[in-house]
Design a protein around this ligand. Structure first.
Ligand code: ATP
Length: 531
């Protein structure tokens, strides 16, 4: 029945998300606001299901992890101890022409996506190693045609006569790597505090990298002076460290144990982009797992693999999901090991979650700054030690985007007349699907609506999110549910009243089977089990 499937492009996904109510731009009626997103009726259910699946699997169904819910604004000393006030900043470049801001560590990605740089590379006859030969004639032609349109901020384009000789002399006819060509192009006439790389959008001069603090600042109370300054948390983790002693002293638990938290975090990202992937307000799901230093390596491997497999279990294909161990020179100075779970998004392979062995760094810092003893006393071994921390830290919005990307398919399904027609279907795992089942009476008569309503009520009573729909042709109703990601459509037809059975249509295989109407809640509940 199925024909060839197409997977998602970001445009197609964005448009479906808006059309069907997964994700909207924040404050859209006022033109939106960069880096902020809203989740519509289907999106909010998807997000809740992701968080619930995480909470059930990481907290409720384990003996060694407990939950916590901390305030978003904390004593500013927390952020001094954690290093965020001093260090939570990214080097940033600003284009002097178009005023865009870029993170220095994102320049390579931006160069690869830039229209004008691509056209320049094409004009430069790249060989199989990506080495360009850019002679003066070609460069002049490029400036006149593409450069004027695509890189209008570039000194070389604005005033070719002044700069061309210098550039042509430096480039010569030798093949060069693209980055080297760009550096030369960015050079002529640059002020001293500039980066030689031209702006990937307009070709203009970029400032040298400058530190930019990513924390949103606010003030507590009526006075807006320095003493009233506070921050919106940029991660949920620090709230956990600050409560580590409270949990230890109030709850009967001892290392190895974890504290988990799900909640909003805020970062004033320089360049929010790629849909919800890099937002300024987002949700995190974090665990700080406290253990004896000698056991930290084992626990690190355990959590790294467990977190990777969690995404696979919920439907991300392992061919698109990568576990990337950081090289030693990539590690933060306090971390002993770190791995990213990465997913092949339509815009490239990017981080979904990080798992790190943070050693005793955080608790030691809080011990130093607060003066409170963070050591754990093991009364069996009589040992006193600051636990090491393994931190799996994931983003709810990035997980939602990965699950939506993975789910999006275009294929064909038969319409009411049995003819094959294109359909868009969201193949979300039943556990994550916003609606688990849709109940349809085939027509609005002969007792069908009553029988369908009874099944709807039974599902609701069993805690299953169900949608009742009696309007329109049955094929149309199926299509709407396919786009919403509903795994099962239950149809009550003429035979139901006599036989007590209904048709169950499977969203993915399109197979239809008859089952007793009374079994519907149990049938759906079974599909929600993950293993
Ligand atoms: P990146 O390098 O992409 O900025 P990061 O390494 O700074 O991410 P962490 O500080 O490790 O991210 O945060 C843990 C998780 O929180 C990330 O894996 C991601 O899922 C999520 N996250 C971080 N920043 C953002 C953001 N701006 N928008 C959405 N999710 C985010």
């Amino acid at each position: 029945m199925k024909t060839q499937e197409t997977t998602s492009s970001l445009d197609a996904l964005t448009s479906l998300s808006k059309r069907r109510g997964f994700i909207f731009q924040s404050s859209e009626i006022y033109g939106g606001i960069n880096g902020f997103w809203d989740y519509g009726p289907l999106g909010v259910e998807l997000k809740r299901n992701i968080k619930q699946a995480w909470w059930d699997d990481m907290v409720r169904n384990r003996e060694d992890v407990v939950g916590l819910d901390c305030s978003i604004i904390m004593n500013p000393k927390v952020w001094e101890a954690s290093g965020h006030v001093g260090g939570f900043s990214d080097p940033m470049l600003t284009c002097r022409q178009c005023r865009r801001h870029f993170r220095a560590d994102h320049m390579d990605d931006l160069i690869a996506q830039s229209d004008w740089i691509t056209s320049l590379a094409e004009a430069g006859d790249a060989d199989e190693h990506g080495m360009l030969t850019l002679d003066r004639g070609k460069l002049e032609r490029w400036i006149r045609k593409r450069g004027r349109k695509q890189a209008k901020g570039m000194a070389l384009v604005k005033d070719a006569e002044t700069h061309l000789d210098a550039v042509a002399r430096t480039i010569g006819e030798e093949p060069r790597a693209l980055r080297d060509v760009l550096v030369v192009l960015g050079m002529p006439g640059l002020p001293e505090d500039s980066d030689p790389m031209p702006c990937p959008f307009c070709g203009g001069d970029l400032t040298a990298p400058r530190q930019f603090n990513l924390m949103f600042k606010t003030h507590i109370g009526a006075m807006e002076d320095h003493s009233a300054a506070a921050y919106l948390r940029p991660e949920t983790a620090q709230g956990i460290f600050c409560n580590y002693r409270n949990v230890l002293d109030s709850y009967r638990i001892r290392p190895p144990f974890g504290i988990a938290q799900v909640g909003k975090s805020f970062r004033n990202e320089i360049n929010p982009r790629n849909y919800t992937f890099r937002s300024r307000e987002f949700e995190q799901m974090e665990i700080e797992f406290f253990c004896h230093p000698d056991e930290a390596d084992t626990w690190y491997t355990y959590w790294r693999d467990l977190r990777y497999n969690w995404y696979v279990k919920l439907g991300l294909q392992s061919s698109k999901l990568h576990l990337r161990d950081h090289d030693p020179d990539e590690l933060a100075h306090y971390a002993r090991a770190c791995a990213d779970v990465e997913y092949d998004f339509p815009f490239g392979t990017s981080e979904l979650e990080g798992i790190a062995n943070r050693t005793d760094y955080d608790l030691t810092k809080h011990q130093e700054h607060s003066g409170k003893d963070m050591r754990y006393f093991d009364d069996q071994t009589r040992e006193r030690f600051i636990p090491f921390v393994i931190e799996p830290s994931g983003g709810v919005d990035r997980a939602a985007l990965a699950f939506l990307t993975e789910a999006y398919r275009e294929d064909e399904a038969p319409n009411d007349k049995g003819q094959m027609q294109k359909r868009t279907v969201m193949k979300l795992h039943p556990r994550l699907a916003p609606t688990k089942a849709a109940i349809f009476p085939l027509v609005k008569k002969d007792g069908m609506p009553e029988a369908a309503t009874a099944i709807y009520e039974a599902c609701k009573k069993a805690g299953i999110t169900t949608f009742y729909d009696e309007k329109g042709a049955i094929g149309r109703r199926y299509r709407r549910q396919d786009e919403a990601g509903t795994p099962y459509c239950i149809t009550v037809d003429g035979d139901t009243v006599g036989t007590g059975t209904v048709t169950v249509r499977d969203r993915d295989t399109l197979a239809q089977e008859r089952i007793p109407a009374d079994d519907v809640p149990a049938f759906i509940a079974k599909s929600l089990q993950c293993e």
